[in-house]
Design a protein around this ligand. Structure first.
Ligand code: AMP
Ligand code: GLY
Length: 446
């Protein structure tokens, strides 16, 4: 089969790499891709926000199946265009992608279907927002309605911070139309996890659970980013918790979408807070997570194309995916300045040395090739992903690889996976891992 991936980040590098491994794969393409992805398959230029341009690329390479990474093409209706043209694609329709495209739609949908989520009010203008703030009090979470590339949510501790965010979103329009309307919602506390499933609309195939690290600095300090690192480990949720999430959240979401005439197909990412009152939905994403996909796919042992074909054909019910029992960890290397304006154009060194440590794979995100040099080209530059027999070893291995890579201004978190180690009661690994580079733990296959 000819397989096409849409996007250009670490998630798309992991997807392209995994699809290439499939026994069904003949050629793998990615549009627009990046220099790392170009080592796995041919990259073609495209504007991912233009559904017809994406369709043209698929027709040009005669793609038998297209997998979409980012939300923008889905929200813009790329799946509808492919279906009109009779081409196979994995993802939700434009109508179903509103679960991510509009926070107001998502919250009101959850309310209609009694899906657990924080109490909220919708504000159409600044005055309404101030009234809602008076009703809900602080701390409060303010969410721009539209897509804002990770910049549309502010957790405000006090009224001053809340008013500042509302002023920026709704009066100064710092996010353009995306911030003209907002959701104000109660602040939840607990542990945050990413619960991602594949679905054909009825059948649900949960991926092994992952935990992202959204804040820029260690110990969840500083502003939110797209994700500074993630790990995938079965121990994040036990069997009973997973069943509970499927029963209380995923199944009613799919049933609700079907009942409203917008059946949901593709990947569904539920960002959850595990609160004292059970799991609550923070957000839906209508795609795979980034970086979550990187540690997830290095653990996948099933043929990924078989799973995608089952989604396409509506045969997912009863199908199981096989995962390596070994946990995997991905540490994101970011440019100076991120999550604000990143400094770019810095030379990246040490990739071969990092990958020569077994059980390590580097997934490129913001990189570019110029004058035969690999340079940084974005905020998140790459995901250093490692798999090992247990979580502390996977962390140690990932940071050993990180210590080999260098570019000017490189920043990363030093505590990726530490929550998982604490949960297992085996001591903290983040600090120990930082000093890595000395000892690389034993074997585990990628
Ligand atoms: P979202 O894009 O809606 O997931 O929000 C981005 C981040 O803001 C989440 O990953 C959480 O860390 C935080 N967040 C969102 N909603 C809430 C909430 N109701 N309570 C506490 N934190 C939240
Ligand atoms: N890592 C968070 C996301 O993909 O939205």
């Amino acid at each position: 089969m000819k397989l096409l991936v849409i996007g250009s980040g670490g998630r798309e590098h992991a997807l392209t790499w995994k699809l290439r491994e499939s026994q069904h794969s003949e050629d793998v393409y990615c549009a627009p891709g990046n220099p790392g992805i170009a080592q796995e398959g041919e990259c073609l230029p495209v504007d991912v926000t233009d559904p017809l341009a994406v369709l043209e690329v698929a027709q040009q390479v005669k793609a038998d199946l297209t997998v979409v990474g980012p939300e923008a093409p889905l929200v813009a209706g790329v799946v509808d265009e492919f279906e009109k043209a009779g081409l196979a694609i994995i993802g939700p329709s434009k109508a179903a992608a509103r679960l991510e495209g509009s926070k107001i739609f998502a919250k009101q949908f959850m309310q209609r279907h009694a899906i657990p989520t924080a109490n909220f009010l919708v504000a159409e203008n600044f005055d309404e927002a101030i009234k809602a703030l008076e009703i809900l009090g602080t701390p409060i979470v303010i969410k721009a309605d539209g897509l804002a590339a990770g910049k549309g949510v502010v957790v405000a501790r006090d009224r001053e911070q809340a008013e500042k965010a509302l002023d920026e979103f709704m009066r100064q329009k710092t996010l353009g139309a995306a911030g003209e309307r907002v959701v104000l919602e109660a602040c939840l506390s607990g542990e945050e996890i990413s619960f991602i499933v594949m679905t054909d609309g009825r059948g649900i195939l949960p991926f092994s659970p992952t935990q992202d690290h959204k804040a820029i600095f260690d110990n969840d300090q500083g502003p939110n980013t797209g994700g500074m690192g993630a790990y995938s480990d079965d121990s994040i949720l036990d069997e009973r918790q997973r069943e509970d999430i499927v029963r209380r959240i995923v199944a009613p979401t799919l049933a609700g979408m079907a009942a409203e005439g917008t059946p949901y197909r593709g990947f569904l990412y539920c960002g959850l807070m595990l609160t004292a009152n059970g799991p609550q939905v923070l957000e839906y994403n209508v795609r795979l997570g980034d970086p979550e996909t990187q540690p997830t796919l290095v653990r996948l042992r099933s043929d990924f194309v078989d799973l995608l074909a089952a989604v396409r054909e509506g045969n997912l019910a009863g199908l199981e995916a096989h995962w390596s029992p070994s946990p995997a960890v991905c540490v994101v290397l970011a440019s100076k300045g991120y999550p604000g304006a990143p400094e770019t154009g810095k030379v990246i060194t040490g990739i071969e040395a990092a990958e020569s440590l077994g059980g390590v794979k580097l997934f490129h995100a913001g990189t570019t090739f110029r004058d035969r040099k690999l340079l940084t080209a974005g905020g998140r530059v790459m995901g250093v992903t490692a798999i090992a027999e247990d979580l502390p070893s996977a962390i140690e291995r990932a940071y050993a690889a990180v210590s080999k890579v260098n570019f000017e201004g490189m920043q990363y978190r030093h505590d990726i996976g530490a929550k998982g180690v604490r949960r297992r009661g085996t001591g903290t690994a983040g600090g120990r891992a930082l000093r890595a580079g000395k000892r690389v733990p034993g074997s585990a296959k990628l």
